[in-house]
Design a protein around this ligand. Sequence first.
Ligand SMILES: Nc1ncnc2c1ncn2[C@@H]1O[C@H](COP(=O)(O)OP(=O)(O)OP(=O)(O)O)[C@@H](O)[C@H]1O
Ligand SMILES: [Mg+2]
Length: 196
Amino acid sequence: MIITTASDKGGVGKSTLSFHLAAAIAEIDTAKVLLIDGDVNRSVLNWAERSDSTKLPFTVIGEKHASKWFQKGNKADHIVVDTQARPSDEDLKDLLEDTDLLVVPTTAQALSLDTLPQFLKRLENLGAKVPYTFCLTIVDGRTKDEQDARTFLQAHDQPVLSGFMRAFSAYTKASAQGVLVKDARTDAGKKMAMPG
Ligand SMILES: Nc1ncnc2c1ncn2[C@@H]1O[C@H](COP(=O)(O)OP(=O)(O)OP(=O)(O)O)[C@@H](O)[C@H]1O
Ligand SMILES: [Mg+2]
């Protein structure tokens, strides 16, 4: 299965979600998972390069190296593709051609949600018929934002994953440390607390 994360809005957690989605799929299915970095900023590639890569349960490569990787005889059961914010129409069309599921991360704030109809319109104009779902990210658990965002999406008949990503500083630490959030440590080297 090929899962692509994409959104018009930048900084909504696409790379963070892609990194953890790849890990979750690898762990649930003990499958061989490939994470392709389709962002020129190399977010997930840099994240993986900061790690002792043997600790990550998936492989990360840049988009340009993907065909070579497969030509060498490498195989993946599932592929997650991270993309850059607001991909061009051409890039988006290319990306979606082989995608089985498009995951559109969105924060739960109105400003982020407001951009979604426009993104859906772009998909429609491109003739993209790919199944998609929204995923709420960077959710502040102290507010009603998650519930309000769900109500908004459901009122517009839009699919949204029941799972979501809470806002935790551990995600930013994890990226800086080249690890998954479950392995993130404080500056003092202590394991970070992750309330359920
Ligand atoms: N659940 C979270 N809790 C706290 N911080 C988060 C969370 N998810 C992402 N972040 C932080 O928010 C910032 C943006 O996240 P990320 O890079 O994943 O977004 P993006 O959509 O891939 O951005 P871009 O559009 O620039 O590619 C980063 O600093 C990241 O560490
Ligand atoms: Mg990114």
